[in-house]
Design a protein around this ligand. Structure first.
Ligand code: FAD
Length: 435
């Protein structure tokens, strides 16, 4: 644990709040002025967790967020703000800020090994509701925006995680890896695909996560001159995909490398060993062509490198007693859906709104599950699936490119629109604290 841990007490109106930057001193601080409030622990300080914290704080709950990373996690490519997810951002009063830091992208194109475009869909082709949505924002920028919107009235335990939960009729006793054990009224798991809150309250990950047979590394790379504002995707036989899109800063781009396991192969890697992960990518992408050699080079040193298997989460119920799940922890649709951020924002908004309506957590959790579930299920129905994203052979690559070059025309257009329109497929309730 760092010796230079910073604990900052911040006074705001009648309540003083304590911002804990590192868990090592968590036991020595108190969140003042919140003793009479119901206290909710959120696990995960990404999109679902931060959005939920914002709304819960608005409804007068005391909120503590535990995040495994030592600081808000940067990184990730662009996430789409579309449909109901965009509406939630608007109700948070953040839409114009989000728009102002959105990425400028001409569209998406599928290129061959020489960088020649084989199919392209411009950003305007589906009125901002297509592959490239009207507002695409870097995941790290959205996390930043949410943090600033929340302000200071939330307690953070960085560099920590839940290891045990024990609930009774009146509350939940939480054991952390580092901070002293504490009791909360409710716990919300917003800690992503590999949620530890879910593991503690519902059971092991294997019961709920269905692998899509695809691994993706995301990282920042230097700028590529030939992008010309386009999000370029390159498919290589064997289920390899490389993509590069413009970043917000002109000197950098956002890259992704994806691969499918070989027949019968189980991919194993140490999640903390970057070099081993890059070596795995080196082996998969050796001689793959296009810009892959430069991308592999960038992967070695990128500050925001992350590699993970893609999967979808399937639970019959998103709550168990006093513990509820939101976002990827509850219903990850995978990045292939383009809807993970919308599901996260919508889930956070509805769960907090139902809790804020004062009906009690049992009724609130049930209402949240009932309202959001059809939306999340729709998001999980992937149009092209893994095969369409990462074709195994040249023939399928050509077929995908042919269908993409037909995307704006009948009958492919209707099929595409049906997929994209899922983002609006929910009637969002209004709650008392909405702007
Ligand atoms: C670093 C990163 C990069 C990503 N890049 C992309 C991308 O390029 N494109 C895309 O479509 N999607 C990306 N995603 C996924 C996307 O953010 C989510 O699918 C979606 O926005 C739903 O958000 P979420 O808040 O539910 O989950 P996530 O965004 O996955 O957030 C989960 C949060 O919980 C934290 N956490 C994890 N385990 C624990 C634990 N045990 N205890 C406490 N905290 C924990 C994580 O550090 C993270 O902050 C990325 C996610 C991350 C974390």
């Amino acid at each position: 644990m760092k010796a230079s841990t910073v604990v900052t007490a911040i006074g705001r109106s009648k309540t003083a709040t304590v911002l804990v930057r590192d868990c090592s001193l968590a036991g020595t601080v108190r969140t003042l002025g919140t003793m009479n409030k119901r206290h909710i622990l959120i696990s995960g300080a990404s999109i679902a967790g931060l959005a939920c914290a914002y709304w819960l704080r608005n409804y007068g709950f005391a909120v503590t967020i535990v995040e495994i990373a030592p600081a808000p996690r940067a990184g990730g490519q662009a996430v789409d703000l579309r449909g109901a997810g965009r509406t939630v951002v608007e109700r948070m009063g953040m839409l114009e800020d989000a728009r102002s830091i959105g990425l400028e992208q001409a569209g998406i194109s599928w290129v061959d090994e020489h960088g020649r475009s084989r199919a392209a869909i411009s950003s305007d082709d589906f009125d901002g509701e297509g592959f490239i949505s009207e507002i695409e924002i870097l995941r790290g920028d959205l996390v930043d925006l949410l943090n600033r919107r929340i302000g200071d009235e939330v307690e953070y335990l960085f560099n920590d995680t839940i290891t045990e939960l024990a609930q009774d009729a009146n509350g939940v006793d939480v054991v952390f890896r580092h901070a002293p054990a504490r009791r909360f009224d409710l716990v919300i798991g917003a800690d992503g695909l590999h949620s530890s809150a879910r593991a503690a309250a519902f059971g092991p990950e294997e019961q709920f996560v269905n692998s899509l047979g695809l691994y993706t590394a995301w990282f920042t790379a230097p700028a590529f001159d030939d992008l010309d504002g386009w999000y370029q995707t390159y498919n290589c036989a064997g289920g390899l995909v490389a993509s590069i899109r413009p970043g917000r800063i002109s000197t950098e781009s956002k890259a992704a490398l994806s691969f499918r396991p070989r027949r019968g192969e189980t991919i194993r890697y140490d999640r903390r060993d970057r070099l081993a992960q890059v070596a795995l990518l080196d082996e998969r992408f050796a001689g793959a062509g296009w810009h892959t050699a430069r991308l592999l080079e960038a992967a070695r040193t990128a500050s925001d490198f992350s590699l993970d298997g893609m999967g979808q989460v399937d639970l019959d119920r998103w709550f168990n007693g006093r513990v509820a799940l939101i976002g990827d922890a509850a219903a990850c649709p995978s990045p292939l859906s383009g809807l993970g951020t919308s599901v996260a924002l919508v889930g956070a908004y509805v769960l907090a709104g139902e809790l804020g309506s004062g009906a009690g957590h049992v009724a609130a959790f049930e209402a949240y599950d009932r309202i959001v579930r059809p939306y999340a299920q729709g998001a999980q129905q992937l149009a092209g699936g893994t095969g369409g994203f990462a074709p195994m052979n040249e023939l399928t690559i050509r077929l995908v490119q042919a269908s993409m070059s037909w995307a704006t025309r009948w009958p492919v257009r209707g099929f595409m629109e049906k997929q994209f329109n899922k983002s609006t497929d929910i009637e969002l309730p209004y709650y008392s604290s909405d702007l």
